[in-house]
Design a protein. Sequence first.
Length: 175
Amino acid sequence: MTQARARRRASRTLPAPIDAATHPPLCVVREYDFGVCNRLEMIVMYEKKILGLDDAKRVAAAAEAEARRNNWNVVIAIVDDGGHLIYLQREKVQLGSVEVAITKAKVALMFRRPTRIWEEMVAAGRYGYLAMPGMLPLEGGVPLVFEDEIVGAIGISGVKSSEDGQIAAAGAAAL
């Protein structure tokens, strides 16, 4: 290494070292050797709750129990936090309800609120919400929340939208 390069390297201002003992357990501390001095760099990684298949089945079982209690045949759709379908159940109901249930779940997830809110807005004359991408303003979609984090959503279709909402709420409560 040339003397000029060594001087430039030695004159660089590096951040103060980070004491690994003072950081929470979620932090990863790595040590890098730059030749002249050692520098500790903190890389912060966040924990993320994941909705697993067993969780989805538990939510679906609670929703199914509510539907059976009322003799309602419905489609139950559960999506993960990315909007991908991880569970679908259809019991003696029209084929069109499959896509409706999936869309209700996706809308509840993407807008982070029950689809009932959008149905009420449109019913109150706020028709602009109909133009929102992917919008289906019908009750029956509910976000799935675990420890204050949205981990997915449930969508129900097959009966009146208020009844779909009742089933979806029962499923969401099981998580």
